[in-house]
Design a protein around this ligand. Structure first.
Ligand SMILES: *[C@@H]1O[C@H](CO)[C@@H](O)[C@H](O)[C@H]1NC(C)=O
Ligand SMILES: *[C@@H]1O[C@H](CO)[C@@H](O)[C@H](O)[C@H]1NC(C)=O
Ligand SMILES: *[C@@H]1O[C@H](CO)[C@@H](O)[C@H](O)[C@H]1NC(C)=O
Ligand SMILES: *[C@@H]1O[C@H](CO)[C@@H](O)[C@H](O)[C@H]1NC(C)=O
Ligand SMILES: *[C@@H]1O[C@H](CO)[C@@H](O)[C@H](O)[C@H]1NC(C)=O
Ligand SMILES: *[C@@H]1O[C@H](CO)[C@@H](O)[C@H](O)[C@H]1NC(C)=O
Ligand SMILES: *[C@@H]1O[C@H](CO)[C@@H](O)[C@H](O)[C@H]1NC(C)=O
Ligand SMILES: *[C@@H]1O[C@H](CO)[C@@H](O)[C@H](O)[C@H]1NC(C)=O
Ligand SMILES: *[C@@H]1O[C@H](CO)[C@@H](O)[C@H](O)[C@H]1NC(C)=O
Ligand SMILES: *[C@@H]1O[C@H](CO)[C@@H](O)[C@H](O)[C@H]1NC(C)=O
Length: 826
């Protein structure tokens, strides 16, 4: 007897001790809280939802708007501070969250229907997917709601918002947090046929009901994992059959088993019990009914805690899911070693339901030891993904390949730049760099934080973005994506190393550039490239998806460009010939990318290796400039203009840079001029097999251009297909780019403008006024070009004031201008 008592005491002591262990709050490894559309951080309990601008680096979206709600949330919900503002997406948009801890993550999406600017959310219609799971399909939130999903994640978590045709998506706030591993394990009891269910870890789930029986709402403030538990009254089929019991202070968590993370004491401390009114012959069930969608399996978790019994072995009851008894003669005190008020939970997975309701019942056991009674403290019902990987609707809405993007007609331009990451990575890099610097005796300081970039919002406010790093991929993920660096998956080899094709496990195609670990110079370039790419996001610059620096690897992961290099489409690869229009559009795209590099940021960035092999084409032949490995910021940073080693590619090198080692943006302009001739003539820039005067394309083409006979050397596929005016404009532009001295060369903005004009001349319909396309107009235009130097040609000619142009060149100029505006509107 004595021994038994001591034993019990020990258990009691440890139970009490274990209570103290759970006093510390939940600190998930991964946590992102975003208050969409908000200019400031919003604090909700102990969570800080960050201002939208701080999350912009996680988002890639072709078009989105920040907006204020026109109506104040009428519901006085705790979430209402988050409902004041929203982000509106009119095209497919992705949030990409770097993930540190593999495992289940909650995704909580906050919606508040209202009118946002000129978007009335009642006409919103959109789908949301995460990884390969469809979370919401053709969704339109009717009431203020927080949708909670959970998905097992091993790589960056990509959440995609897909507006339906001619509609839009909106979002008020979003939360992504790691779920403690213990919360949902791999197995549960299968209801029918009864057996064991395994594989919960692979399931995506949506929390459809989380109920606190016999009590009131338990808000996220009183839940260690920021969950909200609602009262059960609305679900009771016959309210009079149940009564409330509350003894929150009595709850004692067991040693091993349920913890406050499973459910807080406020949930375990209240329950619904049979309203027997002391009648020893009571024999009825207390039943709750939940509306669910047909065709899904549901995960059902019961929470029990015997706060009603005065002593052990008094309470025996049955638990049913629909009409199936899942726990006959349940005796909680027996399970809990005789202790009362000890939390206990049970997990079940239902069969695929044919009804649109799940009925949960508790009723007395037939064992008549004491007064009939039955209790239930809490209940969670989670929808599990169907075999299509969907949580909403039969079919999956997940875009299966990047090609489906073509279907979204609304997208005018897809800015795929999804970059950025954990500050941790920055620090690691910073430290590495510092160490490197110190050991090499360099003095120049470097900090990933020293550079900030302004991002413009639709309301005109300029907000500063600080985070600027890419995602960090585990080496194993990269290995898997590239079939362990399969040699047959190599799509390119450069000075830096090999480039492999790869596919992430969510189906995203990527280009994986693996640096040679031994090259010291390579490491510097690796850093530069991450630094550069992370800051520059533009539809005409290849986006960095992430990097991997595990095991001294230097791996960069880029968006995959379906159509490879511009070079391969010009010659040597046997690909179909590009039309003149396609070539012009590609040149214009590349020029935009370079123009952005030169001007899009407070300090000009010089690419230093502009060549046709560094201009990549996506599935729509849209050009993007790649390979920033040699990039360098312009004179403002590098006061001396002097670079220690001449870098770049033979045949494209600016002779001035070569002679004087002085680097300016104009060196890129020179190289781009060479690319223009390459595009026109479809031959390599240096071909030693040719007669001497033809070896160097730049020299050779300039000779013919100066003679005014450029048409003699163009790609024979283009003969007769280029309008003479277009060719002349193009030739002049290339010629200017190749000017001996940098000062004489146009800026990329001028080049862009002239190429747009060349395209316009090619496309021009001659019916209007043949004279307009004559040399006169070009003659008038030519002196105009230099004037653009002082104009900020950020994106397009549309920003010029027509009146200004009229002042200079008369009426015909304004017509030219209106044509340009039209071409921009495409
Ligand atoms: C806003 O929140 C972010 C991240 O939670 C934090 O880094 C930043 O300092 C906060 N800003 C302000 C003004 O509180
Ligand atoms: C929202 O309202 C606030 C205060 O009225 C204002 O400062 C802010 O600019 C508005 N934001 C947008 C996106 O309209
Ligand atoms: C799910 O997460 C667990 C860790 O919580 C991990 O061991 C498991 O491999 C994951 N499963 C899948 C399919 O991602
Ligand atoms: C949403 O869009 C889908 C597809 O475009 C359509 O089938 C559905 O009826 C729309 N739903 C609403 C509520 O408009
Ligand atoms: C939305 O809220 C109203 C009133 O609060 C309620 O009557 C209605 O059923 C709710 N709709 C949905 C779809 O939950
Ligand atoms: C819930 O949390 C709030 C704020 O932390 C507190 O005031 C309240 O008493 C708590 N409610 C319960 C039932 O514990
Ligand atoms: C139980 O509690 C709920 C919520 O507090 C209340 O609405 C309901 O009337 C109570 N039921 C009984 C039988 O007292
Ligand atoms: C309780 O519900 C179950 C399942 O629907 C049913 O089999 C049982 O007969 C019910 N018990 C009573 C006393 O109504
Ligand atoms: C849910 O998705 C996972 C992963 O795609 C799959 O293995 C599982 O079978 C799906 N669940 C159901 C019930 O089909
Ligand atoms: C959306 O529009 C595209 C073309 O604009 C069309 O091909 C597609 O079928 C439409 N999708 C739906 C669901 O209506």
């Amino acid at each position: 007897m004595m021994g038994c008592g001591t034993h019990e005491l020990l258990i009691r002591v440890s139970v009490i001790l274990s209570l103290f262990c759970f006093c510390t709050g939940f600190s998930p490894v991964d946590k992102y809280f975003i208050d969409c559309g908000s200019p400031t951080n919003t604090t909700l309990g102990d969570r800080v939802f960050m201002a939208d601008s701080l999350a912009s680096s996680l988002l890639s979206s072709p078009q989105n708007i920040l907006s204020n709600s026109s109506s104040n949330p009428t519901t006085n919900s705790l979430e209402s501070p988050l409902y004041q503002t929203a982000r509106i997406f009119s095209g497919v948009s992705k949030y990409t969250f770097p993930i540190t801890q593999i495992g289940r993550h909650w995704i909580r999406l906050y919606f508040f229907p209202s009118v946002y600017g000129n978007h009335d959310s009642s006409s919103a219609n959109f789908s949301v997917s995460a990884q390969n799971f469809a979370l919401l399909t053709n969704f339109n939130p009717k009431n203020a709601s927080v949708k909670e999903f959970s998905v097992n994640v091993s790589s960056p978590l990509v959440i995609t918002f897909i507006p339906a045709n001619n509609s839009f998506a909106f979002l008020n706030a979003m939360e992504v947090v790691s779920v403690p591993d213990l919360l949902i394990t791999d197995d549960a009891t299968l209801v029918s046929p009864s057996g064991k269910f395994q594989g919960l870890l692979t399931q995506a789930m949506e929390t459809v009901f989380r109920v606190n029986m016999g009590g009131q709402t338990v808000s996220f403030e009183n839940d260690t994992l920021w969950r909200t538990w609602v009262p059960d009254q609305d679900f009771l089929v016959q309210k009079n059959l149940a009564t409330n019991v509350s003894k929150i202070g009595a709850v004692r968590y067991p040693q091993g088993g349920a913890t406050p993370d499973i459910a807080p004491a406020t949930v375990y401390g209240t329950c619904a019990e049979m309203n027997t009114q002391g009648d020893a012959n009571s024999n009825f069930n207390v039943t709750w009914e939940f509306n669910v969608d047909q065709g899904f399996q549901y995960f059902v978790r019961f929470h029990f805690c015997d706060i009603v019994s005065a002593s052990a072995n008094q309470l025996y009851f049955n638990v049913y899911i629909d009409s199936t008894i899942v726990a006959p003669d349940l005796d909680l005190s027996n399970i809990n070693l005789g202790f009362l008020a000890t939390p206990y939970y049970m997990d079940f997975v239902t069969a695929m339901n044919e009804n649109s309701k799940i009925r949960i019942s508790i009723g007395p056991s037939s064992l008549k030891n004491s007064l009939p009674n039955a209790i239930l403290n809490g209940l969670e019902i989670m929808k599990m993904n169907n075999s299509m990987g969907s949580l909403d609707g039969v079919a999956s809405t997940v875009p299966s390949s990047p090609k489906t993007k073509k279907n979204v007609g609304m997208i005018v331009g897809l800015i795929i730049g999804v970059l950025v990451a954990v500050v941790l990575v920055a620090i690691v890099f910073f430290i590495c760099r510092r160490r490197n610097m110190e050991s090499l005796g360099h003095s120049k300081a470097w900090s990933p934080f020293s550079l900030t970039m302004g991002s413009k919002y639709s309301n005109g406010t300029t907000l500063s973005t600080v985070s600027n790093l890419g995602y960090r991929f585990p080496f194993a993920t990269v290995q898997e994506a590239t079939n362990n660096f399969d040699e047959s998956w190599v799509i390119g080899i450069g000075g830096f190393g090999k480039v492999y094709k790869g596919e992430l496990n969510d189906g995203t195609k990527v280009a994986v550039k693996r640096g040679n670990p031994r090259s010291q110079q390579g490491f510097a370039e690796f850093r530069t490239e991450i630094e550069m790419l992370s800051q520059f996001r533009h539809r005409h610059l290849v986006s960095l998806i992430g990097h991997c620096d595990e095991k001294n690897e230097m791996i960069l992961i880029y968006e995959y460009m379906e159509n490879g290099t511009l070079k391969s489409h010009l010659y040597g690869a046997g690909l179909p010939n590009l039309s003149w229009k396609e070539r012009l559009e590609i040149c214009i795209g590349a020029a935009r990318g370079l123009h952005y590099l030169h001007t899009g940021y407070s300090k000009a960035v010089i690419h230093r290796d502009v060549k046709s092999a560094n201009i990549l084409l996506d599935e729509n032949l849209m050009a993007k400039v790649a390979d920033f490995g040699l990039s360098k910021t312009g004179p403002e940073i590098d006061q001396t203009h002097v670079s220690t080693a001449v870098k770049g590619s033979f045949g494209y090198l600016d002779p001035e840079y070569f002679r004087r080692q002085q680097l300016t943006e104009k060196s890129d302009v020179y190289s781009f001029g060479v690319v223009l001739f390459e595009v026109l003539c479809a031959r390599t820039v240096i071909d030693p097999s040719l007669p001497r005067e033809m070896v160097n394309l730049a020299e050779w083409a300039m000779k013919w251009q100066k003679k005014g006979q450029l048409d003699q050397i163009i790609d024979h596929h283009l003969v007769g297909k280029i309008k003479p005016d277009s060719l002349r404009k193009f030739g002049e532009t290339a010629e200017k780019c190749l000017a001996e001295y940098g000062v004489d060369r146009p800026s990329m903005g001028d080049v862009l403008w002239n190429l747009e004009y060349a395209l316009q001349l090619q496309e021009a319909v001659l019916q209007n006024d043949p004279a307009e396309n004559s040399t006169n107009v070009i003659g008038e235009l030519a002196p105009q070009v230099n004037d653009f130097n002082h104009v900020d040609t950020t994106v397009s000619a549309t920003q010029f004031e027509a009146a200004k142009l009229d002042d200079v060149s008369g009426v015909s100029m304004s017509r030219v201008f209106s044509q340009l505006v039209k071409s921009e509107g495409r």
